[in-house]
Design a protein around this ligand. Structure first.
Ligand SMILES: *[C@@H]1O[C@H](CO)[C@@H](O)[C@H](O)[C@H]1NC(C)=O
Ligand SMILES: *[C@@H]1O[C@H](CO)[C@@H](O)[C@H](O)[C@H]1NC(C)=O
Length: 231
């Protein structure tokens, strides 16, 4: 009996592992730009103004930001991590990770977590939005001493039915918790759990630049060290 169980476990884990290198990548809201895998390369997104990922009311679902994503079988998702930086200077300039839980019957009810840097109160901060029915948003200061454009390494990790959002500090040696999202992998609600989730990087610029001739200015949000772990 013991041997049977071990053999079954080994067979189970071997057949369950999937390779992220074969994943196909797609752009949402970035017409004319070829999708490429962010694994093992740096990516810069030229983010136009008047874009966001945000649902403050059921009738105001907004998923207009450029988003480079791949589809992951939910049962296999373990974590996603990236380092993001950019010349943040205007209210709500932002970029980071998005994990979305598509609702194919009603795209306006798609659930999502976005986490990264967002400019608020005159300074870049660590921002997390979790959107089950409607969006809520939290901010945490960037506490590490930095020079130049603010930079952060963000990790979204599955822990049972939760998703945890962390910022990695001290060259990745320490992680600081930013958010616990209890609905993420939880089937214990009316919507249930999507079979596949979408995972990737995004930038958004809700606010136009002021000054004559600058209203269409973009922000260049850059990403490195992307890592997607599956089981
Ligand atoms: C999305 O949000 C941006 C920033 O607030 C806004 O300019 C844009 O009109 C919104 N788009 C939609 C489709 O709601
Ligand atoms: C979906 O959201 C958009 C706003 O982003 C709204 O115009 C549209 O009416 C919504 N559709 C449904 C079915 O609620």
């Amino acid at each position: 009996m013991l041997f049977t169980n071990i053999a079954w476990l080994l067979a189970g884990s071997a057949s369950a592992s999937i390779s992220t290198s074969s994943f196909k990548w797609h752009w949402l809201n970035n017409p004319g730009v070829e999708p490429v895998s962010p694994i093992g390369r740096s990516i810069t997104i030229q983010v136009p103004p008047d874009t966001d990922i945000w649902r403050p009311a059921l009738s105001k679902h907004n998923f207009t930001a450029p988003y480079l994503y791949t589809t992951v079988p939910t049962a296999h998702f373990q974590s996603v991590q990236v380092t993001v930086t950019g010349p943040w200077k205007t209210l709500y300039d932002q970029g980071g990770l998005v994990v979305s839980f598509p609702n194919h019957r009603n795209p306006n009810a798609t659930r999502f977590i976005k986490a990264g840097i967002e400019f608020n109160d005159g300074t870049p901060a660590l921002g997390v939005v979790a959107t089950d029915i409607l969006s809520d948003w939290s901010l945490s200061p960037i506490t590490e001493k930095q020079t130049g454009n603010a930079k952060a390494t963000i990790l979204v990790e599955r822990d049972g039915t939760d998703a945890w959002v962390y910022v990695l500090e001290n060259q990745g040696k320490t992680r600081r918790a930013l958010r616990q999202v209890t609905w993420a992998f939880n089937e214990d609600d009316a919507q249930g759990l999507a079979k596949e989730i979408e995972v990737g990087i995004y930038g958004a610029k809700p606010t136009e630049e002021s000054g004559e001739g600058h209203s269409r200015d973009k922000i260049a949000v850059s990403f490195s060290g992307f890592s997607l772990k599956t089981v």
